[in-house]
Design a binder for this molecule. Sequence first.
Ligand code: SAM
Ligand code: SF4
Length: 326
Amino acid sequence: MNRDKFGRKINYLRISVTDRCNLRCIYCMPQGGIKLFPHNEILSYEEIIKIAKASSNIGIDTIRITGGEPLIRKNIPYLIEELKKIESIQDIAITTNGILLNKMLPELISAGLKRLNISLDSMKKDRFFEITRQDALFEVLKGIEKSLDAGLYPIKINMVVIKGLNDDEIISFVKLTEKHPLIVRFIEYMPWGSLGKWDEKKIISAKEIRVIIEREFGKILPANINSKGPADNFYINGFKGFVGFISPLSEHFCGRCNRIRLTADGKLRLCLFSQQEIDIKSKLRSGASIEELTSFICNSISLKPEKIDIINHIKNHPREMSQIGG
Ligand code: SAM
Ligand code: SF4
């Protein structure tokens, strides 16, 4: 049931719960924000849960909650709790900028959250502000510390590396894995959507990042950890954590893509980069049953493209990354 027509197993659903965010990362959202979806266009939790149930019928067993910033949507622990009740969903995680973690961690853990991804591009206060346009580094670091203390595992730190902006911090980020069981992942910056014109010359490839790391630490070794995502993971002898590379631009990972996406305004997306999307909200709001939604999702998956010319698709993409969820 859960293979697409190119034989890829589709078992992972990323659900964006909001297009709103409390940061304005320069590569993701314009300073003045974006035109937001009206509230009535955003899927309710009940609608999201119905789609998740239908997805689980076709083999989805892993869900990641994203945004915008997912933790600013009211009552997110309730959603986690309800998704956890779906029998065949084995794993629920969240991707967050981490600002609200310090405050919300206890309720997220009570709801059943066991693992999370935290986006962090700089550990320097002024630079964090330059990238995110908010003075919030302290809160994010506190959130990471609390998540470690609470024993969440794995905690992945996602760093978008931008040439000339934060590539001088690569080594400091790797060093986080020396004493802490963190998985630090370096993500290639994508010149996306309306912000894509920002500067293509600032792309730094995973290979270049690896050279910088190996110059400092010697050869890094492949790590056989089940990370469920597109990252290639490595370890350094004696370090508690791991480093990973997510290289959408330099190494196409379409061949091992296992995921579909649901946007906050109710569109199914079969590929992060593609401009194609399928309106599941209209189907849902016209009264479709779970069985009908199941076959709708199943038919949609058959439209998943085999691979895509990424650079051409992400330039002038009609959605900003914050409206998809990464
Ligand atoms: N607000 C949450 C966060 O930042 O973790 C979740 C949504 S955010 C869109 C998901 C991920 O997409 C983040 O790790 C972010 O760094 C990444 N991202 C956004 N724009 C990007 C870009 N142009 N290139 C590479 N990664 C990007
Ligand atoms: Fe917000 Fe995440 Fe986009 Fe930054 S990357 S603006 S935190 S949605």
